[in-house]
Design a binder for this molecule. Structure first.
Ligand code: CMP
Length: 147
């Protein structure tokens, strides 16, 4: 059942910010609400499991390249396998009990085509994430370069 809480949680996701409440209700209906205990793997690196995850509550850790990033309510992940049809690029583990809305690729593609503003907003999010990774790499190079 879709509750106002779902729509409120989706409203916090930046790439959904241009959607109307009706659109958000449709997104919420596309997704399955799943619960995870602390320590559970939400996705495992290199797995072929698809789907976009939106965190409704709790925090999760993305482990990639020896670094950990913490995601919280309103954050999303899983867009790389979703958009790139590739294996998972990182493992994501629940740091505490987590509730997530999981939207399977099969349902999300037609939705993106009907809502190009969401597709464009996701692209912005992907570029921001790429940019953050590049800056970290550059920072590492600066630090190791020693000046
Ligand atoms: P995907 O590859 O489908 O599954 C793992 C997810 O972790 C990935 O999509 C991104 O959403 C997220 N992710 C991967 N690398 C990073 C990173 N460097 N910073 C933040 N999130 C990431």
């Amino acid at each position: 059942m879709i509750t106002p809480t779902h729509v409120d949680a989706l409203r916090k996701v930046r790439f959904f910010e241009e959607l109307t409440d009706e659109d958000l209700e449709r997104v919420a209906k596309l997704g399955q609400r799943r619960k995870y205990a602390a320590g559970d793997a939400l996705v495992e690196r290199d797995s072929q499991q698809g789907g976009l995850f939106v965190l409704l509550s709790g925090t999760a850790a993305v482990e990639v390249g020896g670094t950990t990033h913490t995601l919280g309510p309103g954050d999303f992940f899983g867009e790389m396998a979703l958009l790139g049809r590739t294996r998972r690029s990182a493992s994501v583990t629940a740091s505490e009990p987590v509730e997530a809305l999981v939207i399977e690729t099969t349902y999300f593609d037609p939705f993106l085509m009907q809502n190009p503003s969401v597709a464009v907003a996701i692209l912005h999010g992907v570029v921001e994430r790429l940019r953050a990774v590049q800056e970290r790499i550059d920072g590492t190079h600066d630090a190791s370069g020693g000046g």
